[in-house]
Design a binder for this molecule. Structure first.
Ligand SMILES: Nc1ncnc2c1ncn2[C@@H]1O[C@H](COP(=O)(O)OP(=O)(O)OP(=O)(O)O)[C@@H](O)[C@H]1O
Ligand SMILES: [Zn+2]
Ligand SMILES: [Zn+2]
Length: 741
C-alpha cells in the first residue's frame, strides 16, 4: 500500500498560519481518515500538539518524506458540520483564488462565539397555599418590597425580570434574599433573536395545478429513490415557481431534513418572507444584510441545533450549518448578485452545487430567464429540465410593443415618451389603473450613441461598446483599442451624438410635467437609503396611493401588483450597450422581468419597450417572451467570440497607487502566463482606470477548460509568493466575471 499524506489546516483562528501543512497518515488511520475530519498533530519546533482539519488527501509527498511528521489521532470520527464547512472553504480557495483565511471567513461568517440572549424571570417556589400567610407576615414586618414581589407572584407564578426590577422596583438584594430562603427562584432561559415577521396566521398550501403537480411528483420519486438531482425550473413570470419550491421543501422537511432558500437580497421582500412564514411558521429563519451580528449568530445557531428547518437569505445563507441538509433552492438563479464582489469571488450557484454534492442534497434552480450557464447544462442533460409555460392564475402574458426612438425623433418628438407610451399612460390615469416606468441604469458605463440613427460606437475587434473617457477618447476595455470621440455620427453624420444622460430623477420630473394630475413615486438608490423606505414605497404603491411608480431595476422584483396594467421601459438600450459580454443577456432578463410585472391581476396588461435598437435580438425576443430564441442567438455570439459559458474566462485585476508599478507588474504577470503557452489579453486599463487615486490594470485569460484557468491562477499565486512585489499592489482573481472591469 502506498503512503498516504494529508494536507492539514492548523488552528484556523490564527491569521499568520495561512497555509496548509502536509502530514503522513499512520497506517493504522489510513482506513478511517476523511477530508473534513479534525485531527491532532504535532506542530512547530516544539511539536506542540495542535488541532487541525484535513482538507486534502494524496499519495504524493510535497517535500522530503523524511521530514514529514505524522498525524497523532483522529478527533472526531464523523465529519461535523463545521469541518464540512472547512472542506468547502478549501474548495472555494482552490477554485476562485484567495487566502485560506479569506475563504474561511466566507464560510464561517460568525466566527466569534457570541452570547446568546437570555430571558430572566422569577418564579414562586413556595406552595401556593402558604403564600397568603407569608404575605401577612411581610406586611406585618413592613417588608414592603418583599410583599410587592410576593403579591405579584401570587397572581402569576412567574414574573419577568424587567417587571421585577423596573415596574415593581424590587432591589436585587431582596430578590437574592428571598431566593436563599427558598421562596422564589430566578430562572434564565436562552432564546434566539428572531428577525422574522412572526405571529403569522398559518396558511395551507394551494392545490397545485397540473403542471406544478407533475414536477413535484417527479421530485418526490427521485428523492424516494435516493437520487439527488439538480433541477432547472424555467417558468414564466407568475407561473407559480414559488409554490413548487414550497411543496419541494415540505417534502424534504417531512423526511427530517433541512432546506436552504437563496433569494437575491433585492427580491427578499416582506411579501416573500411572509409566504414562507405562513407555510412553515417558526421553523423558518431569515438572514439578510440588515441583521445585527447577534441576530445573524442566532440564526446560525438555530440551524446548527436543529431548531429550524428552513433558512431564507441571500448568498451567505448557503453557509448555515444544517445537520442534515436535504435541499437547496436558488430563486432567480440568473441574478448577478449571487456572485460575491469580495475575494474569494465565488458564485453561489457553483458553491451550492458543490455543497449539495458534499452533503447529499438536491438543488432547484429557478428563473423566468435562466442564465446561459444553467440553460446550457440543462440542454446537455446535466440538469433536469423543468418548465412552467403558463401563468398560474387566469392572468395571461401582456401584449408588448416595441417603440423606435429614432423614428420618434424623426417625427419631431424629443420628449422621453414615445407617442404610444404617452397615450397609454393617459389612458391608465383615466381608468384609475396603475403604471410602472422602468429605467434600467445598471451596467451603464458611458457608451456613446447617435440619437438620430441609434448607432453605438463599438470596438472593431471585440463587439462591445466603447467607453467614453474624460480625456475625450473612446476605449475598448477588452483589448485596449482606442479612438478619438467623433464630432458627428460616422453612420449618418448627425451631430446628435454623445453619452446617454438619462436618470430616474429626470424621468420623474418629465412625468410630473407631462401628467400633472398623476401621483408619482420614485424608487432608486437615492429614495431608498433609509432602512424601510424600500418597503414603504412599494406599500404606498400597492395600496393604490400612487398612480405611477418610476424606478430602476429595483422595482421589477418581488411584488404582485394586481392593478398594474401598463409597464413602460424608457430606454432599453441603457444596459444593452454596457461594455461587457453579458450586456445582451442582462437586458433580456431585465426586460422580461419588467414586462412580467404587467397584467398580473384580472385585467390584461400592456408593455411598451422604447429603444434605439428595435431590431436587436435581445429586444425582439424579450418582447415575444421567447427565451429559446434568445438563447440560440446569444449562445452563437458567445461561441463565436469565445466567451463564457462556452469558454471560461479569468480576469486578473491589479490595483495600486502607482500607475507605473501597476502596469509593470501586470506585464510581468502576463509574461508568466505566456511562458506556459497560454494566450493573454492585456494588460490594459480597467474601465474604471483610476478610483480614489488607485490605478487599475486588467488581464484576461480565456480557456475551454475551467481547470486550465485554475492552473493559471495557481501558477500566478506561486509566482506572487516568490516575488518582492510592491507591497501596496492588490491583486484579485475573478473567474467568469459577472461585471465588467
Ligand atoms: N396552483 C395555484 N393555484 C392558484 N394560484 C396559484 C397557484 N400557484 C401559484 N398561484 C398564484 O399565482 C401567482 C404567481 O405565483 P408565484 O409567485 O409562485 O409565481 P412565480 O413564478 O414565483 O412568479 P415570479 O417569477 O413573477 O416571481 C401568485 O399570486 C400565486 O399565489
Ligand atoms: Zn447616426
Ligand atoms: Zn476591443
Amino acid at each position: 500500500m502506498e503512503t498516504l499524506y494529508a494536507d492539514i489546516i492548523i488552528n484556523i483562528s490564527h491569521e499568520a498560519l495561512d497555509r496548509v501543512f502536509q502530514y503522513r497518515v499512520p497506517f493504522s488511520l489510513c482506513e478511517q481518515i476523511r477530508v473534513g475530519q479534525s485531527v491532532r498533530v504535532p506542530f512547530g519546533a516544539g511539536n506542540r500538539e495542535q488541532r487541525g482539519y484535513v482538507v486534502r488527501l494524496s499519495d504524493q509527498a510535497e517535500y522530503d518524506p523524511k521530514k514529514i511528521k505524522e498525524i497523532l489521532s483522529i478527533e472526531e470520527d464523523s465529519v461535523s458540520a463545521e469541518s464540512r464547512m472547512i472542506k468547502l472553504a478549501y474548495w472555494i480557495r482552490e477554485n476562485y483564488g484567495s487566502t485560506m483565511i479569506q475563504a474561511l471567513k466566507t464560510v464561517l461568517p460568525v466566527q466569534d462565539k457570541m452570547k446568546q440572549k437570555e430571558k430572566k424571570s422569577v418564579r414562586l417556589m413556595l406552595p401556593k397555599e402558604q403564600a397568603p400567610g407569608l404575605l401577612d407576615e411581610y406586611l406585618g414586618r413592613h417588608y414592603a418590597a418583599k410583599a410587592r414581589l410576593l403579591a405579584a407572584l401570587m397572581d402569576e407564578q412567574t414574573v419577568s425580570w424587567e417587571r421585577v426590577t423596573k415596574d415593581l422596583k424590587i432591589p436585587r438584594t431582596t430578590v437574592a434574599g428571598m431566593e436563599q430562603d427558598g421562596i422564589i427562584r430566578v430562572e434564565t432561559e436562552m432564546f434566539y433573536r428572531n428577525p422574522g415577521p412572526g405571529g403569522m396566521e398559518a396558511e395551507a398550501a394551494l392545490p397545485l395545478n397540473e403542471s406544478q403537480e407533475k414536477l413535484i411528483q417527479e421530485f418526490k420519486a427521485d428523492y424516494a429513490a435516493g437520487e439527488r438531482k439538480t433541477y432547472l425550473l424555467h417558468g414564466v413570470t407568475g407561473s407559480g415557481k414559488t409554490e413548487v419550491y414550497l411543496a419541494a421543501i415540505e417534502e424534504v422537511v417531512r423526511k427530517g431534513k433541512q432546506a436552504i432558500v437563496l433569494i437575491p437580497e433585492i427580491a427578499l421582500t416582506y411579501q416573500t418572507v411572509c409566504r414562507f412564514t405562513k407555510r412553515f411558521g417558526d421553523r423558518v429563519s431569515i438572514l439578510n444584510s440588515r441583521l445585527s451580528k447577534g441576530e445573524k449568530y442566532d440564526q446560525w445557531l438555530r440551524a446548527k441545533n436543529g431548531d429550524c428547518d428552513i433558512i431564507i437569505g441571500p448568498r451567505s445563507a448557503l453557509f448555515v450549518p444544517f445537520p442534515n441538509l436535504g435541499l437547496i433552492i436558488m430563486d432567480e438563479e440568473h441574478e448577478g448578485s449571487y456572485k460575491s464582489e469580495q475575494t474569494p469571488k465565488y458564485h453561489a450557484r457553483e458553491v451550492a452545487l458543490k455543497k449539495a454534492d458534499m452533503e447529499g442534497a438536491a438543488v432547484i434552480l429557478g428563473s423566468a430567464t435562466p442564465s446561459l450557464e444553467s440553460y446550457q447544462k440543462a440542454l446537455d442533460g446535466k440538469y433536469r429540465f423543468w418548465t412552467l409555460k403558463d401563468r398560474a392564475k387566469e392572468a395571461v402574458l401582456p401584449d408588448v410593443y416595441i417603440e423606435d426612438l429614432r423614428e420618434e425623433l424623426k417625427q419631431g418628438n424629443r420628449s422621453m415618451f414615445s407617442r404610444r407610451l404617452y397615450e397609454l399612460i393617459g389612458d391608465r390615469l383615466r381608468k384609475k389603473e396603475q403604471v410602472m416606468l422602468f429605467l434600467n441604469r445598471r451596467g451603464y458605463a458611458g457608451f456613446v450613441s447617435c440619437r438620430s440613427c441609434g448607432t453605438v460606437m463599438q470596438c472593431p475587434h471585440c463587439d462591445v461598446s466603447l467607453t467614453y473617457h474624460r480625456d475625450g477618447k473612446l476605449r475598448c476595455h477588452y483589448c485596449g483599442y482606442e479612438e478619438v470621440m467623433p464630432e458627428a455620427c460616422p453612420e449618418c453624420g448627425s451631430p446628435f451624438i454623445g453619452t446617454f444622460g438619462l436618470g430616474t430623477q429626470k424621468a420623474e420630473a418629465a412625468i410630473r410635467k407631462e401628467f400633472p394630475e398623476a401621483r408619482v413615486l420614485r424608487m432608486d438608490m437615492d429614495t431608498t437609503k433609509r432602512k424601510h423606505s424600500h418597503e414603504e414605497i412599494l406599500k404606498t404603491f400597492s395600496e393604490g396611493r400612487a398612480d405611477i411608480l418610476v424606478g430602476t431595476q429595483m422595482i421589477v422584483k418581488g411584488h404582485d401588483f394586481e392593478n398594474v396594467t401598463l409597464v413602460g421601459i424608457l430606454a432599453a438600450d441603457l444596459s444593452l450597450h454596457a461594455n461587457d459580454f453579458r450586456a445582451a443577456e442582462r437586458t433580456f432578463q431585465l426586460l422580461t422581468q419588467a414586462a412580467g410585472r404587467a397584467g398580473r391581476g384580472e385585467k390584461a396588461g400592456e408593455v411598451v419597450i422604447q429603444t434605439y435598437s428595435p431590431e436587436h435580438y435581445c429586444i425582439v425576443t424579450a418582447a415575444a417572451q421567447d427565451y429559446e430564441e434568445f438563447y440560440r442567438q446569444e449562445i452563437a455570439y458567445r461561441t463565436m467570440l469565445c466567451y463564457p459559458p462556452v469558454w471560461q474566462m479569468l480576469t486578473v485585476l491589479l490595483a495600486g497607487p502607482s500607475e507605473e508599478e501597476c502596469k509593470q507588474t501586470a506585464q510581468r504577470m502576463a509574461r508568466v502566463i505566456q511562458n506556459s503557452g497560454i494566450r493573454v489579453i492585456g494588460p490594459g486599463e480597467a474601465s474604471l482606470a483610476k478610483v480614489n487615486d488607485i490605478y487599475r490594470q486588467v488581464l484576461y485569460v480565456k480557456e475551454k477548460d475551467y481547470k486550465e484557468l485554475v492552473k493559471v491562477k495557481d501558477r500566478l499565486e506561486l509566482w506572487i509568493d516568490r516575488q518582492e512585489l510592491p507591497k501596496d499592489i492588490h491583486i484579485t482573481f475573478d473567474f467568469n466575471p459577472m461585471s465588467s472591469y
